[in-house]
Design a protein around this ligand. Structure first.
Ligand code: SF4
Length: 424
């Protein structure tokens, strides 16, 4: 006995492809189409485990007892933190923000471990941007800078950027030029029309040389970038006359000591290219609904991440109110984790602190954090067990179906229950 469900959205990565067909056999996801090396194991794992595990101090507990313990922890906490939100959905994110407001807590998303430098940059210089639909239909020049989507976002090139046909791109791949800039030859570089290997740390000079080239000036950056003057000129000569260009940039650019300045320069380059043609930039967001976490937090508080309600109103201070540094400084005495994504990227001192403060974890059945939370709730995975909304990497909201709907509570249910027990 099997059934097929079409047009399901996948939230394994921030592409949030919503054209997936699932074959469900005996209550489990048996096949997905089109194939994707990240999505296949993820869907299989989600359908294998759907037990509700609730624990307090490592011992099985009822949901009510766990909520009571969570409330006790939060009543005595002087500086709580709510962190995560990128595997959640709009209702869970709203409930988390309302609880942070009630607790006068710090609230932060996984963006502070991901594209925070890009967000700081675009707050400084703005962003010429577009939807992935525009890229699919119009872009004849596609550039990836410090990103390897062939591995990190396996269907990005086939669904949105390089291979599809579009209104202005009738012949698909053969109508587009793919340029890859990276410090090593990646799987994406291997299929590019032009791969420009860059020396480690050479990004700033490379971008400045391209900016100068647009003004008719030539900078000699070969020593720091490995790019000859002819290579810089040739790249500029490809960027200027394209009909519609897009640069997707990833952690290879962003996660450098001066990442926010590098992104700022790249965004300036893109703005200046608009004197010649239509050109846009997009961040390669990683986790399924990290764009939703930014969007809902910005909509509710005015700020996209690293927010504190300690004074009774939202304040924004990346670094000061970012989860990792705040934990490392012992500024936090209790933590609610809405998902356990990206905890491994915290600095060691923050990870150590996480093991020594009371923690309340809300996560899906397949989560395996490498520490024992004080209180643990198993919550439904949006897009598998429960309906919801996820924001794709271009901030387009995508409705999520519930192909394996079950009785697990959502993170919004648990957060609202804790909030109700605490009172206003
Ligand atoms: S590219 Fe990402 S969103 Fe699309 S199917 Fe693969 S894992 Fe899912």
């Amino acid at each position: 006995m099997f059934e097929t469900i079409a047009n399901v959205a996948c939230t394994r990565c921030a592409c949030v492809c919503d054209d997936v067909t699932l074959t469900i056999r005996d209550g489990r996801i048996d096949q997905i189409a089109p194939g994707c090396s990240l999505a296949e194991p993820w869907f299989a794992e989600q359908s294998r485990l759907c037990e509700e595990l609730v624990s307090v101090d490592g011992q099985p507990a009822s949901r009510e007892a766990a909520i009571a313990r969570a409330v006790d922890i939060l009543r005595t906490a002087k500086s709580p933190l709510i962190y995560g939100l990128s595997r959640s959905s709009t209702p869970g994110q709203r409930a988390a923000i309302a609880l942070a407001d009630r607790l006068r807590a710090m609230i932060d998303t996984t963006a502070s471990e991901g594209h925070a430098p890009s967000i700081l940059a675009l707050q400084q210089v703005g962003e010429s941007t577009c939807s992935l639909g525009e890229v699919r239909n119009r872009a004849d020049l596609v550039m990836y800078w410090g990103s390897n989507p062939a591995v990190s976002h396996p269907r990005h090139m086939s669904r949105y950027s390089v291979e599809p046909t579009g209104h202005q791109i009738p012949n698909g791949r053969s109508d587009r030029r793919l340029v890859v800039i990276d410090v090593k030859e990646t799987e994406t570089a291997a299929v590019a029309d032009e791969f420009l290997p860059l020396r480690e740390g050479g990004d700033l000079d490379a971008i400045l040389a391209l900016r100068a080239e647009l003004q008719g000036q030539h900078l000699d950056v070969e020593a720091t970038t490995g790019w000859s003057r002819e290579q810089v000129s040739r790249l500029a000569d490809h960027l200027k006359p394209c009909r519609y260009g897009i640069v997707f940039f990833g952690y290879g650019l962003v996660h450098q000591p001066n990442g926010h300045l590098l992104v700022e320069q790249l965004l300036r380059l893109v703005t200046e290219l608009n004197a010649f043609t239509r050109f846009a930039a997009r961040r390669m967001r990683v986790v399924g609904d990290v764009s939703g976490a930014d969007s809902v937090l910005a909509w509710q508080t005015g700020y996209p991440f690293s927010v504190s309600f300690a004074r009774g109103f939202p304040r924004y201070s990346p670094g000061e109110f970012s989860a990792g540094p705040a934990l490392a400084r012992h500024d936090v005495d209790a933590v609610i984790l809405v998902g356990s994504e990206r905890l491994e990227t915290f600095p060691p001192a923050a990870q150590e602190r996480l093991r020594n403060v009371p923690t309340i974890l809300l996560d899906g059945p397949t989560a395996t954090p490498d520490f024992e939370p004080t209180v643990r709730f198993t919550t439904a995975t949006y897009g598998i067990h429960h309906r919801g909304t996820a924001y794709r990497m271009d901030e387009v909201p995508i409705p999520l179906a519930a192909p394996l709907a079950n009785d697990l509570p959502t993170d919004a249910d648990i957060l609202r229950a804790i909030h109700a027990e605490l009172g206003e």
